[in-house]
Design a protein around this ligand. Structure first.
Ligand SMILES: *Cc1c(COP(=O)(O)O)cnc(C)c1O
Length: 363
């Protein structure tokens, strides 16, 4: 048996994959695969609208917010946000890791970017809100709720004094309940916690739609996507179908409260193994902002001993634990604990970490 701790594209619930496999050649009464269906067919329309509605149900999305399915990945939405929302020509960016760095860089192409706090040298913490410098003229305040590479997650929703709040939830959307009304826009690429790669879920407040810059590509214009029910052009129909099955799976498993509870249990297990190792394992992230989704850590010494880490990864793989290698920019090890990773999976990893530590301590 293999346990997939990959950061993305990541593990999908086995139940969903089995369902996909069962219906791969013949969906419903159609006699054909979802992959082969017209995106304008009645059969696909049903899959499409059910998936959109499931997002509303699971996240309790109020009526004055639209749910959109868009392409171009999370990265595409970095640009779309600027082109659709940067009415005043300036925006606030909170940079806490690799992904918000890239989003801010993209935004600088379209207008003035105000860094809410100086870029930290290492992405291991979130500066205290009392030190933030928000620009009252900003079109929006942007932040990344969970920095997938660095393992930094917000335990709070920033207060922006009425300026629309925009959040990247690519790696933790659907992992906990939250109050949508605090936000102007929420987005997340599917391939971490929601489904296969190829779609980005965008939830946007109605009044923020309809202000796109004239040069905005039609396909990135929220108004066009919204007016066409996310069917302006051919969407990745198969991906949306699989994502819809994941949504049903989340509902069956108890919704976001259950996902949140599991995320806490799983991440605590891994952080506990790190803590119990007397410095053999180290996680550089400030304990207050440690991610429930992605746990980056080093092994062998505080800055990481690459030969020990490589041995760790090889040993893990022998036991069926795959995709544990840290992001190429930070090295080390990273355990991603998305919804489809079970508490039992996390226990297997935590036990392995403890055993690996014990066998190295006695050497
Ligand atoms: C993966 C990721 C992205 C980028 O997603 P792409 O679909 O590869 O463009 C953006 N933000 C976060 C937080 C991510 O984890």
């Amino acid at each position: 048996m293999v346990i997939n701790f990959g950061a993305g594209p990541a593990k999908l619930p086995e139940e969903v994959l089995i369902e996909v496999q069962r219906d791969l050649l013949n969906h419903g009464q159609s006699g054909i695969s979802v992959m082969e269906m017209s995106h304008r067919s009645k059969e696909y329309a049903d899959i499409h609208s059910k998936a959109l509605q499931a997002v509303r149900d699971i996240l309790n999305v109020p009526d004055n917010y639209k749910v959109l399915f868009m392409q171009g990945g999370g990265t595409g939405i970095f640009s779309a946000i600027c082109m659709n929302l940067m009415k005043t020509g300036t925006a606030d960016y909170c940079v806490t890791g690799t992904w918000s760095t890239l989003a801010a860089k993209e935004a600088a192409k379209y207008g003035k970017v105000n860094m809410v706090f100086p870029k930290p040298e290492k992405f291991t913490t979130i500066p205290d809100q009392s030190s933030w410098k928000l620009d009252p003229n900003a079109s929006y305040v942007y932040y990344c709720d969970n920095e997938t590479v660095n393992g930094v997650e917000f335990p709070f929703i920033p207060d922006t004094k009425g300026v629309p709040l925009v959040v990247d939830m690519s790696s933790n959307m659907l992992s906990r309940p939250f109050d949508i009304t605090k936000f102007g826009l929420i987005f997340g690429g599917a391939q971490k916690n929601i489904g296969p790669a190829g779609i980005t879920v965008v939830i946007v407040r109605e009044d923020l739609i309809g202000n796109a810059m004239p040069t905005t590509p039609t396909i990135l214009d929220f108004k066009v996507t919204c007016a066409n029910n996310s069917l302006y052009n051919t969407p990745p129909t198969f991906i949306i179908y699989v994502m819809g099955l994941v949504f049903e799976w989340i509902k069956r498993k108890g919704g976001l409260d259950a996902m949140h509870e599991n995320a806490i249990t799983k991440s605590k297990l891994i952080y506990q193994s790190i803590k119990n190792s007397n410095g053999f394992y180290t996680c550089p992230v400030d304990v207050r902002y440690r991610s429930r989704m992605n746990v980056p850590f080093r092994a062998g010494s505080a800055s990481g001993d690459e030969s020990v880490e490589s041995e760790f990864l090889k040993g893990a793989e022998k036991l069926g634990m795959v995709q544990l290698k840290g992001h190429r920019s930070v090295g080390g090890i990273r355990a991603s604990l998305y919804n489809a990773v079970s508490v039992e999976d996390a226990i297997v990893l935590a036990n392995y970490m403890n055993e690996f530590y014990n066998s190295h301590k006695s050497k």
